[in-house]
Design a protein around this ligand. Structure first.
Ligand SMILES: Cc1cc2nc3c(=O)[nH]c(=O)nc-3n(C[C@H](O)[C@H](O)[C@H](O)COP(=O)(O)OP(=O)(O)OC[C@H]3O[C@@H](n4cnc5c(N)ncnc54)[C@H](O)[C@@H]3O)c2cc1C
Length: 370
């Protein structure tokens, strides 16, 4: 049991997974989260299929490593008796009306799936009949590439389950706002609305709001806010549980869940600022794209609309690790559109780093202050 006290600011996927992995290692952890609106994790679509993404370079490496770590993370939760996560590996289906699009990526996707091993499953070229069999609501004329290991998870359930796991392992949850950070005699002092909280080390995992905490310390990390909106649709009397996630060659997608719920999204509104509103324009865009891709959803019920603010790093890769010039301070932010996938792995990496245990090399994600 480590006697070091560590505070984590932020209760999205970055913060809860860090708190969980710290608690697993016996640290005294306090998680501070204000439950503010616009949490990206709460809005996320839940796709865990990095192999079909258009990302590359270090971002893709992180994304893929996050996907590979999922089974291990889920088994860590399961050891605590936590199973209800809305997680299912029903595959990821890339589709296009132009077979040349699929030809152009097939080799790359196949290589990625092979590199990932069993977690990614297999790749299958799907003709129009097979595409329709996999997801009958899709438009005619599409063929596809089906990656059998693609998965999806309910971001809210996963967040809550991870926090529950952390609390079961001894972590403390403070539902409050961190108003500011200052150096204390040893470590750091967090000013909250209810008073001060001192810790030997602090991990700032405040998503797109990370800058509000770091800039007063003279640390400028280059994280921008990008709004994402999506819509949850409901189909009555249809077993959607075996339906795969669907990825046309564009930024929108479908994520089917059990019980007839299909999430369609999402906008990528760069320059939105931290403005977590659902807008008429955003909803129009999401629904138009979804119904063009899957006309069979036209009569579905609109269950709810969500908006979340993605933390996007100007440098194009997440910023993970020690904050320069601030001993005892770490940050995790900038996961962009893949944070639900990357969170568990990097929460573990940062927990190790904070506790001085051997950790994966985070050099590609090193935090710099401009
Ligand atoms: C529409 C949408 C769809 C997405 N789909 C996917 C997907 O399919 N797959 C995938 O892998 N990723 C997806 N993502 C991306 C993923 O959701 C994000 O990358 C990830 O959730 C970011 O997590 P985070 O913990 O860094 O930030 P957040 O989830 O935003 O959490 C930050 C937390 O910090 C708290 N906080 C901030 N400041 C303070 C403070 N001063 N005091 C106390 N608390 C504070 C906030 O209230 C919040 O709870 C999607 C995102 C969006 C918006």
């Amino acid at each position: 049991m480590s006697s070091t006290s560590i505070a984590v600011i932020g209760g999205g996927i970055a913060g809860v997974t860090t708190a969980f992995h710290l608690a697993r290692r016996g640290a005294h952890v306090t998680l501070v989260d204000d439950g503010g609106s616009g949490q990206a994790t709460a809005a996320s679509a839940g796709i865990i299929a990095p192999w079909v993404s258009s990302s590359d370079g270090s971002y893709y490496e992180a994304y893929a490593a996050g996907g590979n770590f999922y089974p291990e993370f889920l088994s860590q939760l399961e050891e605590l008796g936590i199973r209800e996560l809305g997680y299912r590996r029903s595959g990821a289906l890339m589709v296009s009306a132009d077979a040349a699009d699929l030809d152009a990526v097939e080799e790359r996707i196949t290589r990625r799936v092979q590199d990932a091993g069993p977690v990614a499953g297999t790749v299958e070229r799907a003709d129009e009949r097979r595409v329709h069999e996999l997801l009958p609501a899709l438009a005619p004329g599409l063929t596809g590439l089906f990656v059998s290991g693609g998965g999806r998870v309910d971001g809210r359930l996963l967040r809550d389950a991870t926090l529950t796991g952390a609390l079961a392992l001894g972590a403390r949850h403070v539902p409050d706002s961190a108003l500011g950070l200052e150096r204390a005699r040893t470590g750091w002092r967090i000013r909250t609305t209810a008073g001060n909280l001192d810790a030997d080390a602090v991990v700032v995992a405040a998503g797109a709001r990370v800058t509000a905490l770091l800039e007063p310390l003279g640390v400028h990390v280059g994280i921008s806010a990008q709004r994402g909106q999506l819509v949850h649709l409901g189909l009555r009397g249809v077993d959607t549980s075996p339906w795969p996630t669907v990825h046309p060659f564009a930024e929108h997608y479908l994520t089917p869940f059990d019980g007839g719920r299909i999430v369609v999204g999402a906008t990528r509104e760069s320059g939105s600022g931290f403005d977590p509103r659902v807008t008429a324009e955003g909803q129009l865009q999401v629904l138009r794209n979804a119904l063009e891709l899957a006309p069979g959803l036209a009569t579905a019920t609109v269950l709810e609309a969500r908006a979340g603010i993605r933390p996007v790093a100007d440098r194009g890769v997440p910023l993970i690790g020690r904050v320069p010039g601030a001993d005892g301070l770490w940050m995790i932010s900038g996961y962009g559109a893949g944070g639900l996938t990357m969170g568990p792995l990097f929460g573990d990496a940062v927990a190790r780093d904070v506790l001085g245990e051997p950790a994966p090399d985070l050099a590609a994600f090193a935090v710099t202050s401009g």
